[in-house]
Structures are given as structure tokens and as C-alpha cells.
Write a protein that binds this ligand. Structure first.
Ligand code: ADP
Ligand code: GLC
Length: 477
């Protein structure tokens, strides 16, 4: 039995802002059949603490970055969780990363340094009787784990660290004057470790200190080593090329199952989808129409190409297509989308976060749109595949790896599952939406696309094995 400590800043269903939570929440169950026992170290946000009933205090800190803290071992929503209960850092209302003005919490460096420190402490001292063989950290919030392991173990002889990049856009950088505050060894503040243009960089600490680095698709692993996608870390990643792999995300096949989804009882493909579509149109205030109903569920940020959608949309509307969009994020995008909805009958927009509605959208939509400028993996196109909701995606990152474009050849071979476009521009997206309308207009071709999409394996099986192999490799070396 290999014991792995997963270190994440969010984890579904307890606390979620994006796909990282889904992955952190799904990995333990996906790995269990392989004889891997995973426990997840999470910050004690109110959303996590409020679900706790009992639990065992396994570690006490008198002063962890400004206040006392306890690590509780507890089972929550079927997950073995280690909760870092540090009220001075995590007991606050609102977004887990941002204050009410939408800016990072000023003490984010301390908050996630504390998470990483707690992980390293467990790596060296254990949590009660439990001691991990491997620590698996996610994104910059776990970046300092190897630094603290080095400090606490007094050298490099410690439990190995695997680092997964879900999004290189967030670096967790802070000024060099924070070295003491963050309890980092200043003699290790060098360009080959975690110094990045004079700043302290949490993600760089993870990238340079990990035994193995991976990201969430093969294409993104390649893209990360280029200036266009590496966000300044491309050189660091190129230096780690032999230790860098891509392991595509899966989705939870029980949570995303059109046959049993509680949000869409009685839903089946064919007639069932037509019914789900009507219900969805009504929910978004859309009239009935002959064209495809496109859905989009997303954080509203530059990454997600929402501005391209706004430009490309008239193409699909002119052909009877419609859009139902659910999202929240940048205010200017929210405002622009609401303006679009008031201008066009065929556009319905809901600003907010609504997990249940996102299920009804996968059920009732004909196509799911993902026009991202970069997308390490992307999950909504995977939900779409499983629900027979044909993905229209930018040819980048995980979107390139998980969709088979309906080219003439792929259609002839009957393997196509969606539509891809490149370059990631409004024009190319508009063309893709036109192609979508053509495909939709031919019921035989459309039915084949849906069938192929629904046949594509999108679960965790293969990728869980790949993570198992990664852990085995770091345990051997
Ligand atoms: P990212 O992690 O970059 O946001 P992913 O596609 O990997 O992108 O994951 C996003 C996850 O968050 C998906 O599970 C998606 O359904 C969910 N999601 C995003 N925005 C919303 C929203 N407004 N309401 C409900 N679910 C959302
Ligand atoms: C990130 C990426 C997304 C990925 C998710 C889970 O937030 O933006 O593409 O699917 O992490 O790995």
C-alpha cells in the first residue's frame, strides 16, 4: 500500500472555484483500486470546517505564520482529509483567494506557505500514526513543500515530492523582503531554485524542487516549454524536460452520468435530449429554434476566450443557433455578456456559480463551447462528450487532446467527436460555429457525432494508472 499526501487549495465537493477541485476530489477514489491510499491536506476554510463533526487532532502548531494551528484528521464527503485549521489564515468569509474587491488576500503568501509547511511537517513527522511515502502537490499553493521538506529534514533525504501544474498563469510570487516571514532559507533564494526576477516564486520552488513534474495534458506539457504558453517559466520547464509529463484529467463518471443524473431524471439521448433542451430554453428565456443550442459554463477570464465568443456569436445566431451561458468572473465580461443577452433573443446569460444548472446545461445543450486561449486540460468538454453535447473547442492544451475534429477524413472514418478551431481568433471561431451549424443540419451526421462523443472514455482509469506509475518512479529513485 503506497500512502500519498495530496496537497491542494481546493477540493470538490468541499470547496471549489475551478477544475483543480474536481481533480483533487476525484484522485483518491481513482487511485484506491491501485492500492494507493491518498489523504488530502486542505486549508480549514469555513466551508470545510462547517462540514466537520469530530475528527482527531493529529498535529498542533503553537505559531504557524502568525497564530496557532491544528491539523485534524477527518472523513468528509467520503474523503480522508487532513484539515489545516488556522483561523488567522483561513477563517474568513468570501472567495478563498480574493477579497471583496476582487484582489488577492494580502496574506496569500503566508496562507499557502502555511499549507505547504504543514504538508512538509507531515512528510517528516507524520500525522498521528500516518506517514506518507510521497507528497503530491497541486499548483503554486503547494510550491514551497520541497523547500520546507529540505529545511525540516535537514537536507535532501526526505519523502519525494511530485508537483502537478494545473495552470502556469498563477505563480504565487512575492517580494524578496518576505523571505524571513515565510521561513525560507535565504541562501537557497537563487535562480536555480525559487528566485524569479528578484521575487520569491512559489511555483518555481515547486518546479525546481519536485522529483517529477506533470501537467494535465500532453499538449500543454509541450506548450509549457514555449514562450507563448510558459508565462515566463518556459526555461525552468525546459530544464526539467526529462522529468515533465502530461497526464490528462478524467471526470467522475458517477457525478457526470446522463443515465442517473438527478438533475435530469428520465433524460436519454434522442428524444430525451430534445426534452431537456426545451426545459433549458425555458430556463434561459430562449424561444424554440431550429439551430443548435450552444452552452458554455466557465470562469469569465481572458484565458477562456469569452471576448472571442462575443465577436463570433452573430454567426451562429444568424443561422438559428442559440447560446445559454453560465459563468462569473471579470466584471467587464459579465457586463458585456448581459448586454449581449438583452440585445439578442437567442442569447441567455446567467451570472453566478450553479453546479446543478451546469448539469442541466450539459443535458439540454446541443454543443458545448470552449474557446480558450490556453487550456491545460479543461473539464467541460469532457462533460459534453459524456452527455452527447458536441464540443466546439480551440485547438490548444487538453482541448487538442480530448476532442477529435470533424474533418472530412474523421467524418468518413466515423471517429469525429467535435469541432476544433485554430488559430484561436474570433474569425476562426466564427467559422467553427458555421461548421457546427452545417453538421447539426444533417441529422445522420449529427447523431454519429453524438454517438462517438458518448463512446469516448473520459473517466480516470488510464490516468490514475499514470499517476500510480509516477509515484512508483519517484519511490524507486
Ligand atoms: P478551470 O479550472 O480553468 O476553471 P476547468 O474546465 O478545468 O477550468 O474546470 C472548471 C470547473 O468549474 C468545471 O467543473 C465547471 O463545470 C465548473 N464551473 C466553472 N464555472 C462554473 C459556474 N459558473 N457554475 C458552475 N460550475 C462552474
Ligand atoms: C486548471 C486549468 C484547467 C484544468 C484544471 C484541472 O484550472 O485551467 O484547464 O482542467 O486546472 O486540472
Amino acid at each position: 500500500m503506497t500512502k500519498v499526501l495530496s496537497v491542494a487549495s481546493e477540493c470538490a465537493p468541499l470547496v471549489k472555484t475551478g477544475g483543480l477541485a474536481d481533480v483533487a476530489g476525484a484522485l483518491p477514489a481513482a487511485l484506491a483500486p491501485l492500492g494507493i491510499e491518498m489523504r488530502t491536506l486542505l486549508p480549514g476554510y469555513p466551508a470545510v470546517l462547517s462540514g466537520m463533526n469530530g475528527g482527531e487532532a493529529v498535529v498542533l502548531f503553537d505559531d504557524l505564520f502568525g497564530g496557532p494551528a491544528t491539523i485534524w484528521a477527518v472523513e468528509l464527503a467520503g474523503l480522508d482529509v487532513l484539515v489545516l485549521d488556522a483561523p488567522h489564515l483561513f477563517d474568513r468569509a468570501g472567495n478563498i483567494y480574493l477579497n471583496d474587491e476582487g484582489h488577492d488576500w494580502p496574506d496569500n503568501p503566508q496562507r499557502f506557505a502555511a499549507l505547504s509547511y504543514a504538508a512538509a511537517h507531515i512528510g517528516v513527522e507524520g500525522a498521528g500514526a500516518w506517514r506518507p511515502d510521497v507528497i503530491h502537490g497541486h499548483d503554486w499553493q503547494a510550491g514551497f513543500v520541497p523547500e520546507y521538506l529540505h529545511g525540516l529534514a535537514g537536507g535532501d533525504d526526505h519523502v519525494p515530492f511530485v508537483f502537478t501544474i494545473h495552470n502556469i498563469a498563477f505563480h504565487g510570487n512575492t517580494g524578496a523582503e518576505m523571505l524571513d516571514t515565510l521561513m525560507l532559507d535565504d541562501w537557497r533564494f537563487t535562480a536555480d531554485r525559487y528566485e524569479f526576477w528578484g521575487q520569491i516564486s512559489a511555483i518555481k520552488a515547486g518546479l525546481t524542487g519536485a522529483a517529477k513534474v506533470n501537467t494535465v495534458s500532453r499538449t500543454y506539457a509541450e506548450e509549457l516549454m514555449t514562450p507563448e504558453f510558459g508565462m515566463g517559466m518556459e526555461g525552468v520547464l525546459r530544464a526539467r524536460k526529462s522529468d515533465l509529463t502530461g497526464i490528462v484529467n478524467g471526470i467522475d463518471l458517477d457525478v457526470w452520468d446522463p443515465a442517473t443524473d438527478p438533475e435530469i431524471a428520465r433524460y436519454k439521448t434522442g428524444k430525451g435530449k430534445a426534452k431537456a433542451k426545451k426545459i433549458l430554453q425555458a430556463e434561459f428565456g430562449l424561444p424554440e429554434s431550429d439551430g443548435p443550442l450552444c452552452v458554455l459554463v466557465s470562469r469569465l477570464t481572458h484565458q477562456k476566450g469569452i471576448d472571442l465568443l462575443i465577436e463570433a456569436l452573430p454567426n451562429v445566431l444568424a443561422r438559428g443557433g442559440q447560446l445559454a451561458l453560465l459563468g462569473s468572473g471579470d466584471t467587464d465580461l459579465e457586463v458585456a455578456l448581459l448586454a449581449l443577452a438583452s440585445r439578442f433573443d437567442g442569447v441567455g446569460v446567467k451570472i453566478g456559480y450553479d453546479e446543478a444548472l451546469s448539469h442541466r446545461m450539459m443535458a439540454g445543450g446541443d454543443a458545448i463551447l470552449v474557446p480558450s486561449r490556453f487550456e491545460p486540460c479543461g473539464l467541460t468538454q469532457l462533460y459534453g462528450l459524456r452527455y452527447g453535447t458536441v464540443p466546439v473547442v480551440a485547438l490548444t492544451g487538453g482541448l487538442a487532446d480530448t476532442v477529435i475534429n470533424a474533418s472530412p477524413a474523421a467524418l468518413a472514418m466515423d471517429v469525429a467527436t467535435g469541432v476544433q478551431f485554430s488559430p484561436v481568433t474570433a474569425d476562426a471561431f466564427a467559422n467553427a460555429l458555421s461548421r457546427l451549424c452545417d453538421l447539426y443540419a444533417d441529422p445522420d451526421v449529427w447523431a454519429k457525432l453524438q454517438r462517438n462523443a458518448m463512446k469516448q472514455p473520459v473517466g480516470w482509469e488510464t490516468s490514475a494508472k499514470a499517476y500510480g506509475d509516477l509515484y512508483a518512479q519517484v519511490l524507486k529513485s
